[in-house]
Design a protein around this ligand. Structure first.
Ligand code: NAP
Length: 284
């Protein structure tokens, strides 16, 4: 007999901290959709088994988080929504026994900026801290918008260089900056938008400040994609300096919104998702 309830979820390792079940379950309830959304803690050596179960119909759609975003790509029959370009999959749809991988982080990030700070998002010089998976999505999102210049600063310089190389040909100028340097300080001063994509500022990370960030000033937009805590030390510092700020919960919501629509065809209730996530964060 065909199963009626749509089975969705997120795979990662660890994954119990994920807020995705909160927003997808709240969205489904408000729309009256018959679906479940659970976390699946999948160590790397169990990924293949999980993908087999998924392909055979145990689940209908999955989000993918650290450390599997690149590893799942080999199981995909097709790629869509920036997955090939970014080189990572955070959403998988199943059609029969075919798995289709998408990257909704690019959409999630740029939508969060354009919906909350549209007038400033059109500007030219962007400084990105970090060169991990999230930085790739953020850099591609800006490159798609034809910004003038992308400046990338990462603690481990060669990773920033690899990211810059992967962006060759995107149509905007790209510079790699030394993490602790006067160039970085100058770039903080002259950037229109500053984005933190590193784990710095997370509750679990000892470092709280990014080099050069004390030079943030009024007229800039500062985005932190870290959302635990919601107001990171960087955002607090930026607010004090009079800059406009944007928290990471918006990116989480908009990437989830795109995933939800890919799976269900329904429009995601963005405001309701934000309310449910804020409640969950406060209860943590
Ligand atoms: P990742 O691939 O592991 O990259 C981590 C990045 O953080 C690297 O650039 C790393 O630099 C840097 N980093 C880590 N610890 C650092 C420290 N103590 N000092 C300086 N740099 C440090 O992780 P990711 O997937 O890109 O995720 C990064 C952050 O973004 C996480 O906090 C994650 O929760 C958040 N995130 C948020 C959303 C959202 O929807 N809001 C989406 C994705 C990710 P090195 O290269 O030098 O190690």
């Amino acid at each position: 007999m065909k199963r009626k309830t749509m089975v969705l979820g997120v795979i990662g390792h660890p994954v119990s901290h994920s807020l995705s079940p909160v927003m997808h379950s709240a969205a489904a309830k408000s729309l009256g959709l018959d679906l479940t959304y659970d976390t699946y803690d999948v160590p790397p050596d169990e990924l293949e088994d999980l993908m087999d179960r998924f392909r055979n119909g145990d689940m209908d759609g999955l989000n993918v988080t650290v450390p599997h975003k690149v590893a799942v790509m080999e199981y995909m029959n097709e790629l869509m929504d920036n997955a090939e370009k970014v080189g990572a999959v955070n959403t998988i749809c199943r059609k029969g026994d075919k798995l289709i991988g998408a990257n909704t982080d690019v959409y999630g990030f740029i939508t969060s900026v354009e919906k909350n700070a549209g007038e400033i998002a059109a500007r030219g010089r962007i400084l990105v801290y970090g060169a991990g998976g999230a930085a790739r999505a953020v850099c591609h999102a800006f490159a798609d918008r034809n910004v003038e210049r992308l400046l990338i600063a990462n603690r481990t310089r060669h990773k920033a260089e690899a990211l810059a190389d992967s962006l060759t040909g995107v149509g905007c100028a790209i510079d790699v900056l030394d993490y602790e340097s006067n160039n970085l300080v100058d770039s903080v001063r002259s950037a229109d938008i500053i984005v933190n994509t590193t784990s710095v500022g997370m509750e679990s990370v000892s470092e709280k400040f990014l080099p050069g960030s004390e030079n943030i000033h009024q007229g800039q937009l500062v985005v932190d994609i870290v959302y635990r805590p919601l107001e990171t030390p960087l955002l607090r510092q930026a607010k004090r300096a009079g800059a406009m700020t944007l928290d990471g919960l918006w990116m989480l919501i908009h990437q989830g919104a795109r995933s939800f629509t890919l799976w269900t065809g329904a429009e995601f209730p963005v405001e309701l998702a934000r309310v449910s996530l804020l409640k969950a964060l406060n209860e943590d």
